[in-house]
Design a binder for this molecule. Sequence first.
Ligand code: 2DT
Ligand code: MG
Length: 227
Amino acid sequence: MATKPSRGAFIVIEGLDRSGKSTQAATLLERLQSRNIPVKFHKFPDRVTPIGQMIDSYLRSKSDLDDHVIHLLFSANRWELAATVEQTLNSGTHIVCDRYAFSGIAFTASKPSQIPFEWCRTPDISLPAPDLILYLDISPNKAKERGGYGEERYEQEEMQTRVREVYRRMREETMAVGSNRESENRPQWVEIDAGRSVEDVGKEIWIHVEPFVQPSGISKPIGRLWM
Ligand code: 2DT
Ligand code: MG
């Protein structure tokens, strides 16, 4: 019988709209479940909670909010699930999460209002940190070719181009923060070329995920964002 992992792995999928996050999250979930590996799925924004409903209304342009306010709501939407995330991981169940704090920073910092990067980062400080960030990289041009963007806020090429720049910066900063510390405490940021076929991207994702979901589990404590 497989021994219970000391804790589950926290795996986040990030990327531009139309980069294939949801498809790949579903594929990964299936892969894990078919191997009887315990896993739970989260997606941010979680549009179901009262805060999530405000976010949903904003994204569908049914309401307008100050850029700072909506940023704080996105962060609060993660904080309302933070305790659950920790409990799930500590119970030995892995988490696959479609978007997290990195989306929060990338999108707000890309707005014309030019809110400082550091301000954007602050509300998410000390949230449970992922062990692995799978960043699905695609050019906004190529993403657009995939049947076009939807009707929601932010789904325009110009915005997506700026968002990609901020993701690049975060990738560097995530590495830099980690480099001052024990390498085993560093969240791993992996960039995946998402312009390829669903199968190829899925295969590469699995190569990166497999070491994190071994029966021996993860022995290091759950990290905190940017600490
Ligand atoms: P989906 O298309 O994945 O439902 O996302 N966003 C998301 C933010 O601006 N801040 C955040 O903190 C998060 C999690 C990205 C809806 C949009 O919301 C953006 C796209
Ligand atoms: Mg979207």
